[in-house]
Design a protein around this ligand. Structure first.
Ligand SMILES: [Fe+2]
Length: 172
């Protein structure tokens, strides 16, 4: 088990930003940073994203982790600004997909905005954005129709994990 030392952000930042460190160690550091409560961890992750030039997997994981760090309006603003830039940027589909998914998990308005933007475009990225948004839209619909799962006997306050996901939990 990894115990995160929340007094030493720098330790994890150094490993995550080291392009020569093994990918497993960098991913460990990333997920440790994901548990930091402050916005400075977000800055480190964004910096690491820009430093990384080759690993689509790591850049995808950074987008995923940022989507889980919606702790306050300040966090949300910073994360959404960054993820919107990723969607605009020319990144591989797996990276863009995760940015779209994270944006959708944080706020359904993000999803609506992206659907509007890519409505009439046909490209690999546009199709992927639209497919990802369809999943996000299905969750919004399910939340509305089931009163956040209550009508199906799901009590979201009793979830074991507080992850932000594109689908409802089936065994919590
Ligand atoms: Fe995903």
């Amino acid at each position: 088990m990894i115990i995160v030392d929340h007094n030493d952000l720098q330790k994890y930042a150094t490993v995550l930003k080291d392009v020569n460190a093994p990918i497993a160690e960098r991913t460990d550091s990333l997920f440790c940073l994901r548990s930091f409560p402050g916005v400075d961890a977000i800055d480190v992750m964004i910096e690491a994203f820009h430093i990384e030039q080759f690993s689509d997997l790591l850049r995808h994981e950074i987008c995923y982790c940022l989507g889980q760090m919606n702790n306050s309006p300040e966090h949300a603003a910073k994360i959404q600004d960054f993820l919107a830039l990723v969607v605009e940027g020319n990144y591989p589909a797996i990276v863009t997909h995760e940015a779209v998914e994270a944006l959708g998990n944080m706020n359904s308005e993000n999803t609506e905005r992206l659907i509007e933007k890519y409505r009439n475009e046909h490209s690999e990225i546009a199709d992927m954005v639209n497919e990802t948004c369809e999943v996000a839209k299905a969750l919004v619909k399910w939340n509305k129709e089931t009163n956040m799962g209550e009508d199906e006997g799901i009590d979201m306050t009793r979830r074991k994990f507080t992850t932000s996901d594109p689908a409802p939990p089936f065994n919590y």
